[in-house]
Design a protein. Structure first.
Length: 488
């Protein structure tokens, strides 16, 4: 009789525990949190920049604005071939320089005569923006646009009427070419230019002239799902260098400050703060790491021997994407309107490395046990390959660990850890240990996690058990993934 009562009591307690777990809410958000458009952007990881304009044919990096439109003549231009090359590297988006500082528009804009309509290419009937947008959609790759605010060709630049011209150009791009995933603005703030024949230097007030808030309102209205990039956001921040390297740590939160410690604006930011962000800033402004596969941003034949090799692209990937940022790799089309063979070969090998390395998660079949669990948000969620499930600890917990029993002896060299960032960036530091038969041996420590942290070990590790320790946190930990990979 006593055994029967004990068993009933046990079952009742188990049922009550299950009900409590099912009723346990997720953790309350901590600090700055990402918007839905930012969450989608984080998932892209790597995107391509396509610097392509009259500069491709004149050999310049910054065109003066007095170029003959007929100089633009990419006789073998093939948007699908370009996008296929980008896809081979694992790129999930492409941003085209629809207009660089020279003012030449790669679409038949109604706002200026300095555009593709007045070139001899395709008898003035061509539209590079249209072709690239369509090719990206066919390959299921996001399409984005760069529209330089500085226009060295336009006679109105520096006067109020130019801002309306700029917004009309932006409206053409955001209403005529389908969904846009990113709108890219740099901090180009005037200088020498053609300016309709004036040939003079024009300086503007970089904090007020462009009236960026109203322009960004226009983007929100026309493309509400697009993220907006600039030195200061409002969605994505510049990483502070053009080397493709994020800080370590790289916090997603950031409150921009001007170079003189006053208000910040595109082209006026305290660059030394951009790589790392701020641990407890009020805005979710993750970093984008821009870098070119060549020394320059536009194609130059002399740089064909200076294309970054696959091993260097891989290091950039770990030093950007691996630190929670996104990598924006510039791959400039050549004068034929194609990606040069040197660039394409490097991209292909880079893509092969990524596909082979990350094809198989070696935690398959593993079991997980945590020192603390918040209701139903158990540690096995770290191994299910889903981004919408997570392990979480109780509210008061700031240090916790999860032990992983692997299905068999496993050799790996890359560890991927993802935070449940919809609840904020909560963890300050972690450590990973392996079991060496009689004791734990620490193999890695890192600080910021965020949307992902890739730990690339110097040499492969072989073990049957691992332990993830949250050693410091500003709020109770919440993680979505713990994964292991063997480098190809």
């Amino acid at each position: 009789m006593s055994h029967s009562i004990s068993r009933r009591a046990f079952l009742a307690a188990s049922a009550a525990c299950a009900l409590r777990s099912a009723a346990t809410p997720p953790p309350a958000p901590f600090g700055a949190i990402p918007s839905q458009r930012q969450l989608r952007w984080h998932e892209l990881e790597t995107t391509a920049f396509l610097h392509f304009s009259v500069n491709t044919f004149t050999g310049k990096e910054w065109g003066y604005g007095d170029e003959d439109p007929n100089v633009f003549n990419p006789a073998a231009f093939d948007a699908d071939a370009i996008v296929n090359t980008l896809a081979s590297a694992g790129m999930r988006g492409a941003i085209l320089t629809a207009k660089h500082h020279d003012g030449f528009c790669l679409w038949p804009s109604k706002t200026t005569e300095h555009c593709i309509r007045n070139s001899s290419w395709q008898a003035g009937k061509g539209d590079v923006v249209r072709d690239m947008a369509d090719a990206c959609r066919r390959q299921n790759i996001g399409f984005g646009v760069y529209l330089s605010p500085w226009d060295r060709n336009n006679a109105a630049y520096g006067r109020p009427e130019y801002i309306e011209i700029y917004r009309r150009q932006l409206t053409e791009l955001l209403t005529g070419y389908g969904p846009i995933f990113e709108v890219w603005h740099d901090g180009a703030n005037g200088g020498d230019g053609f300016y309709g024949g004036a040939r003079e230097k024009r300086i503007i007030d970089k904090r007020t002239y462009y009236d960026w808030p109203r322009t960004w309102e226009l983007v929100r209205k026309l493309q509400p799902n697009a993220v907006i990039f600039s030195d200061v956001g409002p969605d994505i921040r510049w990483v502070g260098n053009e080397r493709g390297i994020a800080g370590d740590p790289c916090w997603a939160a950031y409150d921009p400050v001007g170079a003189d410690a006053g208000p910040a604006s595109p082209g006026d930011v305290r660059e030394q703060d951009s790589p790392t962000g701020y641990r407890h800033a009020t805005h979710w402004l993750p970093a984008e790491c821009d870098v070119s596969i060549r020394p320059g941003w536009f194609w130059h034949e002399s740089e064909n021997v200076e294309v970054k090799p696959p091993a260097q692209l891989t290091r950039l990937f770990y030093n950007s994407v691996g630190r929670g940022a996104n990598l924006l790799l510039n791959v400039p089309p050549n004068r034929d309107g194609l990606i040069s063979t040197e660039d394409a070969a490097s991209l292909k090998a880079f893509g092969q490395y990524r596909r082979s390395t990350f094809a198989r998660n070696l935690t398959e079949g593993a079991k997980a046990a945590a020192s603390n669990v918040r209701g139903a948000f158990g540690p096995q969620n770290l191994l299910d390959g889903r981004g919408d499930t997570f392990w979480a600890a109780e509210d008061a917990v700031r240090e916790a660990d999860v032990t992983f029993d692997l299905a068999h002896e496993t050799s790996f060299q890359v560890i991927r850890i993802n935070e449940a960032i919809r609840f904020g960036q909560r963890i300050d530091a972690i450590a990973v240990d392996r079991w060496k038969g009689t004791a734990w041996d620490q193999i890695a420590t890192v600080t910021s996690i965020g949307p992902r942290r890739l730990i690339r070990l110097a040499t492969p590790v072989v073990t049957t058990r691992l332990r993830l320790r949250v050693t410091q946190a500003s709020a109770s930990p919440a993680l979505t993934e713990f994964a292991l990979f063997a480098e190809s």
